[in-house]
Design a protein around this ligand. Structure first.
Ligand code: AMP
Ligand code: ZN
Ligand code: FE
Ligand code: FE
Length: 271
């Protein structure tokens, strides 16, 4: 009985529709799924219906792009009230930031002599929360590079010539927003930052959990973060971060989260 609590669809930079994603979840035997698209909850309503049809429990979610001390972190929100107006208006603001950033990055690429338009990117993105993977896919489609990874290495990664910084919610604002929407705030993929010093201030700000189980966490890393959840009395979550077929074979279900963890999360929501 397993869950996967970190998944993306084409409402942000994943390639599957909610219906396709839930279908893959069923195929790999998932009992519980959460959808955590970047800075949007717009796919959650369709995902809820698709999961219900397949007898999969659905938990609403979102992966918020936030900053703490000038550093970008991803915070997962779970059990969010999808009708919360403050949440919806804040997300709309950051989706606009994402759309504007596409124009700015395309302008930088043009400045480098690369023929690409925002329309090329937005046709591929076809959503309100576009991101760098959509620019990368457009660059591949237009023949400017061979694959997504090459587009990041050459142009899109932080510090590369087409990179543009992105305005973000502060971690404190995001945690408040998640709690205001009756949700739980969890630090996504802590092992990817190499900055454990962010954890005590996040705990101080009211963060509820750590995503200990994660595709790119080694076993010692997972054990380390499990130990920190004990130390700070935090919840344990996990997920694959499947983006569909962006990055080779689908990762969905690759991280097996026992459903007993979900019960602990529900008890924390109820408090
Ligand atoms: P953005 O939200 O526009 O800042 O883009 C960040 C997203 O790009 C991440 O959430 C990943 O899904 C994706 N990403 C980051 N690095 C790479 C890479 N080297 N190759 C492919 N996708 C990447
Ligand atoms: Zn992503
Ligand atoms: Fe992330
Ligand atoms: Fe993610």
């Amino acid at each position: 009985m397993y869950a996967d609590l970190h998944l993306h669809t084409n409402f942000s930079d994943g390639t599957y529709t909610p219906e396709e994603l839930s279908g893959h979840g069923k195929r790999v035997g998932l009992k519980v799924m959460s959808l955590t698209d970047h800075d949007t909850i717009d796919g959650c309503a369709r995902m809820a219906v698709a999961c219900a049809e397949l007898d999969i429990e659905f938990i609403s979610g979102c992966e918020f792009t936030v900053e703490l001390d000038g550093f970008e972190l991803h915070l997962l929100g779970y059990f969010l009230d999808l009708e919360n107006t403050r949440l919806l208006s804040e997300l709309a603001k950051y989706q606009e930031v994402r759309r504007n950033r596409i124009h700015e990055m395309v302008a930088k690429l043009n400045g480098l002599g690369i023929a690409i338009t925002s329309e090329n990117v937005m046709r591929i993105a076809n959503c309100d929360a576009p991101g760098r993977p959509h620019i990368g896919r457009a660059l591949v489609e237009l023949g400017h590079c061979r694959n997504l990874d090459e587009s990041f290495q050459k142009w899109l990664k932080k510090g590369k010539p087409a990179w543009v910084p992105k305005a973000k919610l502060s971690a404190g604002e995001a945690i408040n927003l998640i709690h205001d929407a009756d949700g739980l705030a969890v630090l996504a993929h802590p092992g990817l930052y190499h900055r454990d010093e962010v954890i005590p201030p996040l705990v101080e700000l009211g963060m509820d959990g750590l995503e200990c189980l994660y595709t790119r966490h080694s076993t010692p890393m997972t054990e380390h973060y499990l130990m920190l959840t004990e130390q700070y009395s935090l919840l344990v979550t996990g997920g694959s971060d499947c983006h569909g077929e962006n990055k080779g074979k689908p990762l969905i279900g690759a991280v097996k989260v026992p459903v007993s963890f979900i019960e602990k999360m529900k008890s924390a929501v109820a408090v």
